[in-house]
Structure formats: C-alpha cells, structure tokens
Ligand binder design. Sequence first.
Ligand SMILES: [Zn+2]
Length: 70
Amino acid sequence: MTAVGIKEKCFFCQADKNTGVNVLTAFICFDCEREIAALSLDDYLKYRIFMRDIKRLWNGLGGEERVFDR
Ligand SMILES: [Zn+2]
C-alpha cells in the first residue's frame, strides 16, 4: 500500500479523492480504508463484501460497478 497525492476514483465509494491507498490495481480512499481497518467481527459481513471485491479485482473481472454502502 502506498499513499498517493493525485485524484483518483475510489474503488468502493466511487468518489474522486486525492488521498488514499492503492491496493493491487485499485484505489481506495482513506474514508473507505479507515472503515475497512476498523472492521470488527460484527462487521464480518462487510468484510466479506470487501473480500469479494478484492477477489473480483484479483481475477481481473471488473464487470459491474457497485457502491460500498452496506
Ligand atoms: Zn472510498
């Protein structure tokens, strides 16, 4: 993960942010990154959604767009 200073579209919330991290080929803004980092067992479902997206990334599918709002 590396911090970046240019505006990119967040992989999860689809917002254009200039602060965030790159994971694999995706950009994740700090808001989403913080949300992911703060996950507890109660948020396991959200974690699974995150992992599903990462897997989709990893597999290079990148088909449908979705918003990380659950
Ligand atoms: Zn975001």
